[in-house]
Design a protein around this ligand. Sequence first.
Ligand SMILES: Nc1ncnc2c1ncn2[C@@H]1O[C@H](COP(=O)(O)OP(=O)(O)O)[C@@H](O)[C@H]1O
Ligand SMILES: [Mg+2]
Length: 324
Amino acid sequence: MTDQTLQTNSHATSRLAPDERSEPAIEFNEVRKHYGARIVVDGLSFDVRPGECFGLLGPNGAGKTTTLKMLLGITSPDSGAIRLVGEPVPARARFARERVGVVPQFDNLDPDFTVRENLIVFGRYFGLTGARMNALVPSLLEFARLESKADARVGELSGGMKRRLTLARALVNDPDVLVMDEPTTGLDPQARHLIWERLRSLLARGKTILLTTHFMEEAERLCDRLCVIEEGRKIAEGRPRDLIESVIGSDVIEIYGPDPKSLAAELAPFVERMEVSGETLFCYVDDPQPVHARVKGRADVRYLHRPANLEDVFLRLTGREMVD
Ligand SMILES: Nc1ncnc2c1ncn2[C@@H]1O[C@H](COP(=O)(O)OP(=O)(O)O)[C@@H](O)[C@H]1O
Ligand SMILES: [Mg+2]
C-alpha cells in the first residue's frame, strides 16, 4: 500500500460501478448453522460483487455475526458452500484472510498499547516488518484522523476514535475486502458521519465492503445492495431504492393523534396501506393529497409527510414490535 492509495481526500468519493462480470468477492450458497437445538443460519445464499457495498440487516439475534464468523473461517457451517476472494472457506480461510480486513462487532484493541503500537503489532500478524509499518503508520493515522493521538493509549480514546482505529487497523494489509460487524453501533451522529465518509472513500478506491448494521439510514446511504435476514433466513434482497419502491411505495404520512383507530377508518379509502402503532397512524400512499386535505388544520392531530425509507421496509418485513 502506498501513501497515495490512502489519500484522505474527502471528495474522492466518485465510484466505478461494482464489477458485475468477474467472480464474486464473497459467495454464500445454502449455508446452514445451528447452535444446540437452534438453527441460527438457515439456508442463506447471497453474493457480493467486487467493488460493491453489501449490507446484512436484521434484528438482534438474526444471525448476522454468525454469518460473518463463518465467512472468516472462525466458525464452521453445518452445510453449504462459502467462498471468500475465490477461496473455499473454511478450508482455505487462512489464505483468503490475507486479502481481507475485519472490523469486529466489539473493538478488541489492546488497551495497554498506544494507537501507533496497536497498528504496528497488528501489522506483525501479516508479516509486515517494523520499517514497513513505520512507513505505513502515518497514512493509516491520517486516514483514521488520529494523527494527534498517535501516542495516546487506547483507554484515552472516545468511542468514535476507537472505531476509526479499528478501521485503520483493518487496512494494514491493504485488503481487497472489508468485513464490518456494526461499524457504527454506539457512536454519536458526528462520529457516525465521519465513519460513513471514510467508508465511502474506501469504496471510491475500489474496496469491497460487507457490513452489518441496525441503522437503516446507514444502509440506505452506503449499500449498493442489501439483504434483510430474520431468524437466519433471507426475507428480502435488493437495492435500497428498489426495496423501498416495491415494499412500501413513494410516500408516508405519519399522523399523531388521540384516536388513531377512528382516523384510520376515516382515511382508509385514500390510502394504499395503513398501520397503527401506539398513538401513530402510518399511511402509505402514492398520492398524498387526499390525506393531506383531511388532516390539515385539525387541532387534534399533528402529522409528518415524508418520502418512504428503508426503515419502513425493515419494519414492515420484521414487524414494528421490539425484539430482544
Ligand atoms: N457461540 C454461540 N453459542 C450458542 N448460541 C450462539 C452462539 N453465537 C450466537 N448464538 C445465538 O445465535 C443467534 C444469532 O446470533 P448472532 O449471529 O450473534 O446474531 P446477530 O449478530 O444478528 O445479533 C442468537 O440467538 C445467539 O444467541
Ligand atoms: Mg451481531
